[in-house]
Design a protein around this ligand. Structure first.
Ligand SMILES: Nc1ncnc2c1ncn2[C@@H]1O[C@H](COP(=O)(O)OP(=O)(O)OP(=O)(O)O)[C@@H](O)[C@H]1O
Ligand SMILES: [Mg+2]
Length: 313
């Protein structure tokens, strides 16, 4: 675990972006990225994920606010800030006629770093691209092209890696390989910020999760904490007779009455020693409440996400 007292590796302060059209893509974003973490930025299409990353990487100019990357202001100290960063863009762009090896070498050169064949070889091997090193980019599959983009982003040994939708359009098996690569990078000390539509990916990979919607960060939470909140289950009892109100005697269970008084919902912690279900059934019987059926379901990150986003729509 990363100590919280360490200064953040990225500090975003009061950041806003209005595009030339006047469209406000980001609205007063405040966010800190901790050194060495994997941070997943989760949000629907058009939420502002790519805009935020593009500003941090110096590709798009902010309208207001500031960003510090490892202590360097991204505008005043652009080169120093940018040298810390590797970016894997959302769009597949690569020089079609170049070979894998040449394009990755060239990327390193762009950052003014001295040639280091050992590093390039390691990156290509880690990404299972070594066998393809002499192939022209245009002859590669989509998943391989995406890995070439990752190799390019790693060519200059960045401390911070942005992955904008790294596994979009990548098959399940390859996705798992990429997760392995990303984890290994984190273990080597690289801070990772990834954007994704896949809740499963955020769940699997992230130390912390931020949810962005319509240009606003609406939630930032430790994944473990989010999962703890998700460790709740819902028990729905379908009543034999309609109920107007929950009897006072059942108040401690904090039941919800729904479906016009025909359903009672009990929320409990699956990780707790006791769920309270046995006692609830006894107390329901004592209160003369009978039910004809029941079912349980579990809230998921997906559900929380959808509710959050819908709540703000
Ligand atoms: N160059 C631009 N000019 C005007 N509007 C833009 C420009 N680039 C992006 N936008 C708008 O800003 C909003 C945010 O776009 P952005 O690409 O940051 O979203 P995103 O969260 O990355 O979406 P996706 O999940 O589809 O990649 C969108 O409404 C988009 O249309
Ligand atoms: Mg995007």
């Amino acid at each position: 675990m990363v100590a919280c007292s360490m200064p953040p590796v990225i500090s975003i302060s009061r950041l806003s972006k209005a595009y030339a059209s006047g469209f406000e893509a980001l609205r007063t974003i405040d966010l800190e990225i901790r050194r060495g973490e994997i941070f997943a930025l989760l949000g629907p299409n058009g939420a502002g994920k790519t805009t935020l990353i593009s500003i941090i990487c110096g590709l798009v100019k902010a309208s207001k606010g500031s960003v510090q990357v490892d202590g360097h202001d991204i505008v005043k100290d652009y080169r120093a800030a940018r040298s810390k960063i590797g970016l894997v863009p959302q769009e597949l762009t690569a020089d079609a006629f170049e070979t894998v090896l040449a394009t990755v070498r060239f990327s390193r050169g762009l950052f003014g770093k001295r040639a280091n064949e050992d590093h390039i070889e390691k990156v290509l091997k880690d990404l299972s691209l070594w066998d393809k090193r002499d192939s022209k980019i245009m002859t590669l599959s989509g998943g391989m092209k995406r890995r070439v983009l990752i190799a390019k982003a790693l060519s200059h040994e960045p401390q911070i890696l942005f992955l904008d939708e790294p596994t979009a359009g990548v098959d399940v098996e390859l996705r798992r390989d990429m997760w392995q690569v990303v984890r290994a990078l984190r273990d080597s000390g690289v801070t990772i910020i990834l954007t994704t539509h896949y809740i499963e990916e955020a769940e699997e990979m992230a130390d912390r999760i931020g949810v962005i919607n319509k240009g606003e960060i609406i939630l930032v939470e430790e994944k473990a904490e989010l999962m703890r909140k998700l460790g709740k289950k819902r028990l729905t009892l379908h009543l034999l007779a309609k109920l107007d109100a929950i009897p006072e005697a059942l108040a401690p269970y904090r039941l919800d009455l729904s479906a016009g008084g025909t359903e009672v919902i009990y929320t409990y912690d699956t990780q707790a020693e006791r769920t309270g279900i046995t006692a609830l059934f006894k107390d329901l019987a004592n209160a003369g409440i009978r039910f004809k059926d029941l079912h349980t379901d579990q809230s998921s990150l997906e559900e929380i996400f959808v509710n959050l986003v819908r709540g703000r729509a």
